[in-house]
Design a protein around this ligand. Structure first.
Ligand code: ADP
Length: 496
């Protein structure tokens, strides 16, 4: 398979990427670069600059100054127009977005294509919010004053400088989740993208400036998590950290943020249940469960990695699920027939293989997958295990790979089934597959997760709040709640 990327993508990859600070490209203060690899070919496709603490300091200083600059005095309408123009610019570069997403992350072409569309849609949604950020007037009787002698109201103000630390699984998408509400709220931003897929954030910063975002409002420092990321999380000039990544690093972020008690929102790991009742339409539930578990090679925080199916349909369901897995073409994202690409890195591929070996040692029965379908690239076949039990490592640990563990239930005791589904430290997503309204609605309330789908898994929309319970995170992104993450309330009392 050969695929020629467009000239714009070639030119972008060949650039000597710097850090984007105060509206200009800069070299890192302590010089250094890291190769960027295409996980489908193992080839180096570009370079990223290794920013460190001094660069984070410069970016935070720029973001602080920008709060007071033209950005701080823009009207809501002007800010909204900037976001709309930003969305248009992204749309006009859709081919570049698609190709970079495929190269940076390994995702299949169709997913890459949805990347630019998702970014534009998300920006337009939050562009609409700029003119709807409002406080309230309140019936205060402060100090016994009459209503005619007092005015009490609230102001909703930008929280200040936001530090955003993002993962590699959806380049562009994961960044825009932070960028859109941060800009809509009037905050400023220092972003530290994942070192495995750093190119998207740089392009997004460049286009934001082309759209009219003033200098210093949106800075990007590429670099390693333990240096640049840690410096951002601990920085006393940052008012809020918005983090998406592993639960383990989420804990480190919380500790680092304690210094100046900055606000923190976290979107972390998951081990989401997919519960299939005996009356489910298997022609939908089987492909639905396959996509829930295998989309983007299972490198999703919402991945439906734990399937619970009623014993009476378990054989039909697991046979169908294994057949669906075997039918999925695994290959480089530019191969249009590929439904699954590689996982992100050798480290991750090796880790998944170790977990598969553990699964077998612990008694899980492999129905399909587990092999390496290609000699080159970090590919792994979609894998289904039956006969799983709650104590198994593949049932407990987030894998971030294409692995589904199937367990069964044999009654209609919804509380008990939910207990089984909720038996995890995570609580991000989940889905229920049934044609019975009562079962569906009762189960929705019993599942301990920030998001539940009925006959669908992990449906996303800019208007729908997204985030996790338990160790899956703090706060909700998307929707109005996603905007609230970047606003603070001031209570004002006026007397005369
Ligand atoms: P994943 O497991 O998906 O790779 P991580 O949680 O390791 O997720 O990484 C998510 C983001 O957090 C990346 O941008 C990474 O560089 C950053 N990161 C990793 N370690 C730290 C840390 N100690 N402090 C701040 N950020 C970090």
């Amino acid at each position: 398979m050969t695929y020629e990327v467009t000239a714009a993508t070639r030119e972008y990859l060949l650039r000597r990427h710097g850090l984007f600070i105060d509206g200009e490209w800069r070299r890192p203060q302590e010089e250094g670069e890291l190769p960027v690899e295409d996980p489908a070919t193992e080839q180096v496709i570009s370079q990223m600059a290794l920013g460190g603490k001094a660069d984070i300091d410069a970016a935070v200083a720029s973001a602080r100054a920008a709060l007071k600059g033209p950005w701080g005095s823009m009207t809501a309408d002007e800010r909204g127009r900037v976001l709309l123009k930003y969305a248009d610019l992204i749309e006009s570069r859709s081919q570049l977005f698609t190709e970079l997403a495929v190269l940076d992350n390994g995702m299949p072409y169709v997913l890459g294509e949805s990347t630019g569309m998702f970014c534009s849609m998300f920006l337009r949604y939050y562009a609409g919010w700029t003119s709807k950020i409002s406080g309230m007037t309140l019936p205060s009787s402060g100090g016994g004053r009459r209503p005619q002698d007092l005015l009490a109201y609230t102001l909703r103000e930008p929280i200040g400088v936001v530090g955003a630390i993002t993962p590699w699984n959806y380049p562009f998408g994961m960044e825009i989740l932070k960028i859109a509400p941060v800009l809509a709220s009037g905050c400023t931003l220092v972003m530290k993208p994942a070192e495995q897929a750093p190119l998207a954030a740089l392009l997004l910063a460049e286009l934001a400036h082309e759209a009219g975002v003033p200098r210093g409002v949106f800075n990007v420092v590429t670099g390693l998590g333990e240096t640049a990321g840690a410096a951002l999380a601990a920085h006393s000039g940052v008012d809020k950290i918005a983090f998406t990544g592993s639960t383990e690093v989420g804990r480190l972020i919380v500790q680092a943020a304690a210094g100046n008690l900055k606000k923190v929102s976290l979107e972390l790991g998951g081990k989401s249940p997919v519960v299939v009742f005996p009356d489910a339409d298997l022609s939908k539930a089987i492909p639905g469960a396959a996509m829930a578990g295998f989309m983007l090679q299972g490198q999703n925080c919402v991945c439906g990695s734990r399937v619970f199916v009623h014993e009476s349909i378990a054989d039909a369901f697991t046979t169908g699920l294994a057949a669906a897995a075997k039918a999925m073409v695994v290959g480089p994202g530019f191969d249009r027939s590929a439904m699954l690409g590689p996982v992100i890195s050798k480290v991750q591929r090796d880790r998944i293989e170790r977990l598969l070996a553990t699964a077998e040692k612990e008694g899980a029965r492999r129905l399909c997958g587990g092999g390496r379908p290609h000699d080159r690239g970090w590919f792994i076949e979609p894998t289904v295990y039956a006969d799983c039990t709650p104590d198994m490592t593949i049932v407990r640990e987030e894998i971030f790979g294409p692995v589904i563990a199937v367990q069964t239930f044999n009654d209609h005791d919804l509380e008990r089934i939910a207990e089984q589904a909720n038996d995890t430290v995570y609580g991000l997503s989940g889905s229920i597959w049934t044609r019975d309204l009562e079962t569906a609605h009762r189960m929705v309330r019993l599942i301990d997760a920030g998001q539940v789908g009925v006959n669908c898994h992990a449906a996303m929309d800019p208007s729908m709040p997204f985030g996790g319970n338990k160790q899956s995170g703090w706060g909700r992104e998307f929707g109005q709640e996603g905007l609230d993450l970047y606003l603070k309330t001031k209570a004002v009392t006026v007397t005369w």
